[in-house]
Design a protein around this ligand. Structure first.
Ligand code: IPE
Ligand code: IPE
Ligand code: MG
Length: 240
């Protein structure tokens, strides 16, 4: 079911997307920022299906960062309402596409109803065999690394381990993405060239692609452009 435009191209195994630009999309239309988020959420469902159809194995989408709580109360409230509504409407979403939904980030900060919806969504999807969709919510990579370090310290203290035995794998296994391949390609919409605390440890050798297209307008054609550009990159991983 893969798109013929991608024939003969290497499809990245793990893609991360920083879904940025909802606010500017709304502003351009003289609409409130929350409307941009609503269109962004609709787009998320469409593009996720497309990406799963082209054969990507893991898709990690950045939906809400640990720093996004800084936004005005009304905007955070609108986003939380959207998460609630989205999850309620779509508990069975992605079933036909066999997509396994996993939430990464600190869930404890959300209200108990939302936490319950998150758990139910993960539960109904847990045995699916298709693409794994990680939705990063209240996710921040620095907090993720601190969490991994605490877990290692605990292990060292409780099991009397030698500190010199700690390896890179001990860290990566304890990240939310533990067991998954590192992202091959990270796409950012909205034109900025920064990671904004997304997958810092995992992206050591990721290819970065930035487009001016704002998230609600990012579609299958724009995704194809990113894959075509990815295929032009020469990934050396420090070698020659
Ligand atoms: C991304 O869009 C969505 C979230 C961060 C929740 P923004 O809301 O950051 O949109 P811009 O960057 O202000 O246009
Ligand atoms: C990054 O976008 C976070 C998400 C897309 C969820 P931001 O809009 O928060 O990033 P900055 O503030 O431009 O770095
Ligand atoms: Mg932004």
């Amino acid at each position: 079911m893969s798109d013929p435009k991608l024939d003969g191209l290497v499809i990245p195994k793990h893609v991360g997307i920083i879904m940025d630009g909802n606010g500017r999309w709304a502003k351009k239309r003289a609409l409130p920022r929350s409307v941009g988020h609503r269109f962004g959420a609709q787009n998320f469902r469409k593009i996720t299906r497309y990406i799963s159809n082209v054969g990507v194995e893991v898709l990690t989408l950045y939906a809400f960062s640990t720093e996004n709580w800084k936004r005005p109360k009304e905007e955070v409230g609108a986003l939380m309402k959207l998460f609630h509504q989205y999850l309620k409407d779509s508990l069975k979403d992605f079933r036909d596409d066999d997509i396994k939904v996993v939430f990464i980030g600190d869930k404890s900060a959300f209200d108990p109803q939302l936490v319950k919806l998150i758990q139910e969504t993960e539960e109904v999807a847990k045995d699916r065999k298709g693409m794994q969709l990680n939705i990063a919510m209240n996710y921040g990579s620095r907090a993720e690394i601190v969490r991994a370090v605490k877990s290692i310290c605990k292990d060292v203290a409780e099991n009397n381990k030698d500190i010199d035995s700690i390896t890179e794998a001990d860290i990566s296994d304890r990240l939310y993405t533990g067991g998954l391949p590192d992202p091959d390609l990270i796409i950012r919409t909205g034109g900025e060239f920064r990671l904004s605390n997304f997958l810092l440890y995992q992206s050591a050798y990721s290819e970065f692609y930035s487009t001016d297209v704002l998230w609600p307008d990012f579609n299958d054609l724009e995704f194809n452009k990113a894959v075509i550009e990815y295929n032009r990159r020469n990934r050396r991983f420090g070698g020659v």
